[in-house]
Write a protein that binds this ligand. Structure first.
Ligand SMILES: [Zn+2]
Length: 281
C-alpha cells in the first residue's frame, strides 16, 4: 500500500495542473455521469490508494511508465528469450528503426519471445516483441525489419493508448476521473496479446513502418513481400489473420513505395540473414 501511495504522486501533480482540461476531455466519454458521484468516487479512490490514470493527457514519461508495468505483466504470460546474441541482433535492428521513426525521443525495448507462431506485437511506451517463429519465417533482415517497423508504427501512432481507452470504456472500467492503473495494465496486456487492432490502425502502422524502413536504409519492398509470402502459405499466421485485409495492405504498400526506392536491395541478402540465425538457434 505504501508503495502505491508513494507512486500516486507521480500521476497527481500533472493531473491537478491540467485538471480543467482533464475533466472537460473525460466528460466527453462519460456523458451523463452526475458531478456528485465524481467527487465521491475521487475521494473513495484516494482513500483506497488507487492510482487513477488520465488517458487523455498522458505525457511520454507516463506512457513509458505504464508500458513498463504492462511489460512486467506480459512477462508472466510469454516466454522471453535470454539468448543475449539473438536479443542484441533484434535490438540493433529495432534501435536503428526507432531512431529513424516519427518518435525517436522515447526509450525502446525490443524483446524476442520463444514461440514458433509467426507473430509480433507491441505495447505502449516503446515495447516491441518478436516471436522466434517470425524470425525463422523471414527470408532476410529487411523482412524482419518491416515487421518491427510496423510494430514501432503502432507506438508512434499511439494506437495502443487509443485501443486501451476504447476497451476500458467498453468494459465499464473508465470513470469520469480516468482508469485505475492496475485495470489499465490488465487491459494493456489484453490489447497486446488478444484484442485485434482496427483496420485503420493497421493501415496507419503499415504507412509509418514503410516510411521508417526507407529512412533507416532498408529495402522497403521487403515489407509487402513478407506479407505476400505468408498469405501464400497453407494457413495465414495469427499475426496476419488478426490484421485485416492483408491483400489490400500488400497492394497499398506496393503503391506507397516511391519509384526511386523500389529497386533498393539493402537487407535483402538471404544467406547473410540465415547464417546469423544459425548462429543464434
Ligand atoms: Zn499491426
Amino acid at each position: 500500500m505504501l508503495a502505491k501511495v508513494a507512486s500516486l504522486g507521480q500521476w497527481l501533480p500533472k493531473r491537478w495542473l491540467y485538471s480543467g482540461i482533464c475533466v472537460l476531455t473525460v466528460a466527453t466519454i462519460t456523458v451523463g455521469q452526475p458531478q456528485v458521484s465524481q467527487a465521491a468516487e475521487w475521494w473513495q479512490l484516494l482513500i483506497q490508494g488507487a492510482q487513477i490514470v488520465q488517458l487523455s493527457n498522458m505525457s511520454d514519461a507516463q506512457e513509458v511508465a505504464l508500458g513498463e508495468q504492462t511489460n512486467q505483466s506480459l512477462l508472466g504470460q510469454v516466454k522471453i528469450s535470454h539468448n543475449q546474441a539473438l536479443t542484441n541482433y533484434v535490438n540493433q535492428i529495432g534501435q536503428r528503426l526507432a531512431r529513424n521513426s516519427a518518435r525517436p525521443n522515447i526509450k525502446y525495448t525490443f524483446q524476442v519471445v520463444e514461440d514458433d507462431n509467426i507473430n509480433a506485437f507491441a505495447t505502449m511506451g516503446g515495447f516491441v516483441y518478436v516471436n522466434t517463429g517470425l524470425m525463422k519465417a523471414a527470408d532476410n533482415e529487411a523482412q524482419l525489419a518491416g515487421v518491427i517497423g510496423h510494430e514501432i508504427g503502432h507506438i508512434t501512432g499511439r494506437h495502443s493508448l487509443q485501443h486501451i481507452k476504447q476497451a476500458a470504456i467498453a468494459q465499464g472500467a473508465s470513470s469520469l476521473l480516468g482508469v485505475d492503473q492496475d485495470k489499465l495494465v490488465q487491459i494493456g496486456v489484453q490489447v497486446a496479446l488478444t484484442l485485434p487492432n482496427s483496420r485503420q490502425d493497421e493501415y496507419d502502422a503499415d504507412r509509418r513502418g514503410l516510411t521508417t524502413m526507407i529512412q533507416s536504409g532498408y529495402a522497403p519492398s521487403a515489407m509487402p513481400e513478407f506479407m505476400k509470402k505468408l498469405i501464400r502459405g497453407t494457413s495465414a499466421p495469427e499475426f496476419l489473420s488478426s490484421h485485416p485485409a492483408v491483400t489490400e495492405r500488400v497492394s497499398n504498400l506496393q503503391k506507397m513505395i516511391p519509384a526511386a526506392y523500389r529497386s533498393r536491395t539493402d537487407g535483402l541478402n538471404t544467406s547473410t540473414y540465415k547464417q546469423s540465425l544459425r548462429s543464434f538457434f
